[in-house]
Design a protein around this ligand. Structure first.
Ligand SMILES: [Zn+2]
Length: 236
């Protein structure tokens, strides 16, 4: 079974209880000796590792790992700060914003995003597209092809997280957030319309990425009541 590891909890002295997502659902299993210095499974002790695992049922509450093969590890030779920060954001939102059955739905995007991030020189677009997928899977859809109120495709003036998408000039009211540039609105359109994180997305500057990222963070805090601890990493 192929899985993506999303959390590791130490158990007893050197064992680890691992939570992971597969295409069939989430799974929790015990890895004996995971945290020991000579563990042959030590590569599994990293979030977002993709691995093939074989489990066996025993007397323990969870199945126990029998064997594993690591398919890919997010650890690269040159670990860029923002690359690692983006991985930690992706890990935290996957773990905390989705119900177990929703995690199955993000599995394919999660694997694609981890692999895309490994090969890209900057993490911004894949990370933002992944955040948009998380919102979508948990029920938040945004209109980025026409005005969310009247359907007008012209005179789009802003993107409003609280209204749920683009707003045209005739539907604007004085309280509508209007702090996005045209470029940022186009980026949001690409981010919400992307159906595969592997598509070649336009370049996004760090400045624009963080502006949009912080809009997501505010929305997540307002709508899910969840404050992302890893958000501060990217805002350095
Ligand atoms: Zn309108």
């Amino acid at each position: 079974m192929r899985v993506v590891i999303i959390s590791i909890t130490p158990y007893k002295e050197k064992d680890g209880i691992v939570n992971a997502i597969s295409s069939d659902g989430t799974i929790t299993f015990l890895v004996r000796g995971l945290l020991g210095p000579n563990s042959k499974n030590s590569a599994l002790n990293t979030n977002l590792v993709i691995a093939d695992i074989e489990l066996q049922e025993g007397n323990f509450k969870y199945p126990v790992l029998k064997s594993s093969t690591v398919i890919s590890s997010p650890i690269k030779l040159t670990n860029d700060y923002y690359y690692l920060g983006s991985l930690m954001v992706i890990n935290e939102v996957t773990k905390n914003l989705l119900q177990d059955e929703e995690k199955t739905l993000i599995y394919g995007d999660l694997v694609n995003t981890i692999e895309t991030l490994r090969t890209k020189s900057d993490p911004w677009m894949p990370m933002l597209i992944f955040l948009a997928k998380i919102l979508k899977i948990s029920g938040y859809e945004f209109e980025v092809n026409k005005c969310v109120f009247c359907g007008n495709k012209k005179d789009i003036r802003t993107f409003s997280f609280s209204d749920g998408g683009f707003v045209c000039s005739s539907c604007l009211n004085k309280d509508t957030e209007r702090d996005l540039s045209k470029e940022q609105m186009l980026l949001l359109r690409t981010i919400f319309n992307a159906d595969n994180s592997k598509v070649d997305s336009p370049h996004c500057t760090k400045e624009n990425a963080l502006f949009i990222f912080n809009k997501f963070i505010t929305f997540i805090s307002d709508s899910y009541g969840f404050v992302l601890k890893t958000a501060a990493l990217l805002n350095k």
